[in-house]
Design a protein around this ligand. Structure first.
Ligand code: AMP
Length: 174
């Protein structure tokens, strides 16, 4: 069993990327190790095995990587939540604030049936803006959002307070 501190050794801290003052948490070393990747997928699935979702909805792009594996492990379907203009069919959109300006997330309007249980997955929770927009997007489709699972939580940005109404589980906290 790998501890959170041991897992951190597989996360590369890249200072000043993509802009000055940001420490980017690069998970590619973790993904590239077959044992650690498997263990991370197991860990990220653990909280949801008793009451599994019908669907895992993961956020472009790095959320797709653990998200798809978690969906298979939990016996759930997979829904991609994407940046605007990427999905080919009819979509529903949700906006969220960035430091400067706004950004949008989209999902196919028929991706979730009302009442289906949905687990939202991403790699990193920073300010919480992206994950909370994903929750609102799923609610627009009538989903029962059972929770948000991330690998890494940047506690110093307090994204958790934007997600007070949902169960939020993280494996590594900085
Ligand atoms: P936020 O909306 O601020 O919670 O940002 C979360 C989204 O941005 C996630 O999809 C992450 O992949 C990405 N992100 C934000 N900050 C970082 C960081 N320091 N390192 C890696 N990814 C990040």
């Amino acid at each position: 069993m790998t501890t959170p501190d041991q897992l951190k050794q597989y996360v590369r801290d890249v200072p000043d990327y993509p802009q000055k003052g940001i420490i980017f948490r690069d998970i590619t070393p973790l993904l590239g190790d077959k044992n650690i990747f498997r263990e991370v997928v197991d860990l990220m699935s653990r909280a949801w095995t008793q009451n599994p979702p019908d669907l895992v909805a993961a956020i472009e792009a790095r959320g797709f990587i653990p998200g798809a594996a978690i969906a298979v492990k939990l016996g759930a379907g997979f829904v991609p939540i994407r940046k605007t203009g990427k999905l080919p069919w009819m979509t529903v959109m949700e906006s969220y604030d960035l430091e400067y300006g706004t950004d949008q997330l989209e999902v196919h309007s028929d991706a979730v049936q009302p009442g289906q249980k949905v687990l939202i997955v991403d790699d990193v929770l920073a300010t919480g803006g992206t994950a909370s927009a994903a929750v609102r997007l799923m609610h627009k489709l009538g989903a029962d959002v059972i929770g948000v699972q991330v690998l890494i939580e940047l506690g110093y940005l307090d994204g958790r307070q934007k997600l007070r109404d949902v169960r939020l589980v993280s494996e590594i906290t900085y």
